[in-house]
Design a protein. Structure first.
Ligand code: NAD
Length: 314
């Protein structure tokens, strides 16, 4: 099996490439090294992959890639490339989001029409729910994206659905809920918290800490991607969450225990686009994909702490 992974130098894409290679697939990874966070972190993500003989890396923007040729011998596509992050999606930043999240997805879907791919897996996001009136959120809950980022991720999902309905593209959308663990992006909360703790700085949180999140460990997300290859039903959408939700402020004692340090917290104003709660119903993924999150928050956070220390203070 030949797989194309877009966003292969990123947090989730690089970990997915590792699993695909370990399982015996041939992988072509594409990434343009967008400047949202430092290149050296993405290069680190790629280091173990570049040692694998069945991995080929292409540094290119999807919008500029000769896609028909790239897809010629592919059996599946994992489309993870995107401009991530809620807060930078306002104002002038939006054009980057529409180019990397909407236009790039449309181009990839268009090129997939004439290919032999058996599955097109799209990395969607819990941000499509926004201020959903339903908790937990199920795939049939109303969608009210609350940030421009959420709007672009939802547009990508709709594109997948309409290419499926009109051209039979075997697209499956996975809505990831706040992913954490080794490799987590530097703009995400746990990464920032651990780095500040390591440097004996206070940690900043937006709002009063009563917001809740359904945190999902990276390897559970990878399990869901792998399962979708065989079992994901084309034209369907699946929530991929961690199975629990936690108040942000309840995480601090866990961080103190893991790091063996007292934490100083500074509260900042709530950010535009941040929702109060996320919480996934995952029974559809359990039923169709045999998905079952395995990693408890405490264990997953320990893994991330070890990774952060190796990354910044080897
Ligand atoms: P990431 O920023 O670490 O990885 C995305 C990668 O895509 C980056 O390396 C970037 O350089 C690349 N990229 C962006 N636009 C590109 C383009 N036009 N051409 C080629 N490469 C391009 O982000 P991540 O956290 O690994 O997220 C991966 C996917 O999962 C994204 O689609 C994101 O929206 C989705 N997602 C992530 C989370 C999370 O908690 N991390 C939650 C929900 C959804």
């Amino acid at each position: 099996m030949n797989c194309l992974v877009t966003g292969a130098a990123g947090f989730i894409g690089s970990r997915l490439c590792q699993r695909l290679l370990k399982t015996g697939y041939d992988v072509v990874g594409v990434d343009s090294f967008t400047d949202y966070y430092p290149r050296w972190i993405k290069e680190k993500n790629l280091e173990p992959l570049k040692k694998e003989k069945n991995f080929k890396f292409v540094e290119k923007d999807i919008n500029e890639l000769e896609l028909k040729n790239t897809l010629k011998n592919m059996d599946c596509v994992f489309h993870h490339a995107a401009q991530a992050g809620v807060r930078a999606s306002w104002g002038k930043g939006f054009s980057v989001y529409s180019r990397n999240n909407i236009e790039a997805t449309q181009k990839l879907l268009e090129a997939s029409r004439d290919s032999r791919i058996k599955k097109f897996i799209y990395a969607s996001s819990s941000s499509v729910y926004g201020f959903s009136p339903e908790l937990p959120m199920s795939e049939t809950s109303p969608l009210f994206p609350f940030s421009p980022y959420g709007v672009t991720k939802l547009a990508g999902e709709h594109l997948c659905l309409l290419y499926h309905k009109n051209y039979g593209t075997p697209a499956v959308s996975l809505r990831f809920f706040t992913v954490y663990g080794p490799g987590q992006r530097p703009d995400m909360a746990f990464h920032k918290f651990f780095k500040s703790i390591a440097e004996d700085k206070e940690i900043s949180i937006f709002g009063d800490g009563n917001q809740t999140r359904d945190f999902t460990y990276i390897d559970d997300i990878i399990d869901a991607n792998m399962a979708s290859l065989e079992k994901g039903n084309a034209g369907e959408i699946y929530n991929i969450g961690g199975g629990n939700r936690n108040k942000l402020k309840d995480i601090f004692p866990i961080l103190e225990e893991i790091c063996g340090k007292k934490i100083k917290v500074r509260h900042q104003d709530k950010q535009r686009g941040d929702v109060l709660h996320t919480f996934a119903r995952i029974d559809k993924a359990q039923r169709d994909l045999d998905y079952s999150p395995r990693i408890h928050l405490q264990d997953g956070l320990k893994e991330e702490w070890t990774w952060i220390q190796n990354l910044y203070y080897p």
